[in-house]
Design a protein around this ligand. Structure first.
Ligand code: FE2
Length: 377
């Protein structure tokens, strides 16, 4: 039962934050601060009487990344780190009524992870709960703050900096023009894409936005299939990939081998000026995939006129694609861990609502060159 586009049965408002479980949050935070220009925004750890966890909240406009590391060997995060390496644990949504959203999710078939409960400190209280999604990934529901409504109707009332237990840690980053999360992609096992697309449809009320099959996304060696699931208001888009048969190991299989199961493959961050964003990121040492010079030969014919100077687009090695609504510019980083797992996409939309289908072939050939260097093709 695919939902109709305007359904929002869980009343999701937006992505509140993305939490990573990492081996060394202090060093990860420094990377996001220096390489991506994120602000240090909030902190919890020994100085806030938390002897279990240390977390840094990094912010750039509407993007909030939480980097969490365990402080003793018994914590459940350790098993996650041993298995997956650094990776995304939680894609958290803001909702008005946590009890309603969580209850409805579970009624519609979600597996509960944490029941609704209060989290509080001297700045107020926030209601939260969570459910399981693919692999060891969860979705939390975080209560939107309603001043003066503490506890009544399950509403959160909080005027601290981020969430209870955190203190302000304000160190401005240099920024690089990133505005918000455009989409987040999950890699799942062969044969499981439909199952998880159904989960986002049946449980979350998302609708099928675009489907790519292995004819769209294939090279001589590998292929993948993808279904893009979108919330009714198009604010939250979660493509789900699974490997497809090819002559050699697909990039999705490489991810699944090294992450030891399904998980978040990439986070696409939206910018209003990709020329400036990517120029800054490159100067800061962020590594990107390269497409060959020949990629640009058919760009004018395939994409038509664009506002950005082509010599700059070429210099920054950006990818360009057009769909019926407009065009987009995008670029993909190399994995940001030693394991070939999570990477970032930088994307600017000039009307286009798609995901760069026209770039898949050039892109995959670039990914395969990297895979071959890692001995995994
Ligand atoms: Fe993407």
């Amino acid at each position: 039962m695919d939902s109709t586009p305007m359904d929002n049965p869980l009343q999701l408002k937006r992505i509140h934050h993305v939490e990573f479980w990492v081996g060394n949050a202090k060093q990860a935070a420094y990377y996001y601060h220096k390489a991506f220009g994120f602000d240090y925004f909030a902190y919890r750890g020994l100085e806030t009487q938390n002897r279990e966890l240390t977390s840094y909240v990094m912010r750039q406009n509407d993007i909030h990344l939480v980097l969490t590391t365990p402080m003793h060997p018994e914590h459940e995060i350790n098993a996650h780190l041993v298995r997956h390496g650094d990776g995304v644990r939680d894609i958290a949504f803001e909702v008005d009524d946590v009890d309603f959203s969580w209850g409805e999710a579970v009624r519609r078939g979600a597996v509960p992870y944490q029941e609704p409960h209060w989290s509080e400190d001297s700045f107020g209280k926030v209601r939260r709960a969570s459910i399981h999604t693919y692999g060891d990934t969860i979705h939390s529901f975080i209560g939107a703050t309603v001043p003066g409504a503490a506890g009544s109707n399950g509403h959160s009332d909080y005027n601290g900096v981020f969430l209870p237990g955190y203190i302000e840690k304000h160190i401005p980053g240099a920024g690089c023009g990133l505005i918000r999360i455009d989409h987040m992609v999950g890699n799942v096992e062969l044969g499981k894409m439909q199952f998880w697309a159904d989960f986002y449809s049946n449980v979350m009320g998302f609708h099928r936005y675009i489907t790519f099959d292995d004819k769209d996304i294939s090279t001589e060696y590998s292929a993948l299939m993808s279904i893009v699931m979108s919330s009714g208001n198009y604010v939250i888009k979660f493509p789900i990939n699974e490997p497809a048969a090819g002559k050699k190991k697909s990039q999705i299989e490489e991810y699944l081998d090294f992450y030891h199961g399904p998980g978040v493959q990439h986070i696409a961050l939206l910018t209003k000026d990709i020329l400036e964003t990517v120029d800054t990121l490159r100067k800061n040492g962020v590594e990107f995939l390269r497409v060959p010079e020949t990629y640009y030969e058919d760009v004018p014919e395939r994409v038509g006129t664009i506002q950005e100077p082509m010599d700059e687009v070429k210099r920054l090695n950006l990818l360009v694609d057009r769909d019926e609504d407009g065009y987009l510019l995008q670029l993909f980083s190399k994995p940001v861990e030693d394991r070939p797992t999570l990477f970032y996409e930088i994307i600017q939309r000039r009307g286009a609502k798609g995901f760069g289908k026209g770039n898949f072939k050039a892109l995959f050939e670039s990914i395969e060159r990297e895979q071959a260097l890692r001995g995994n093709l």
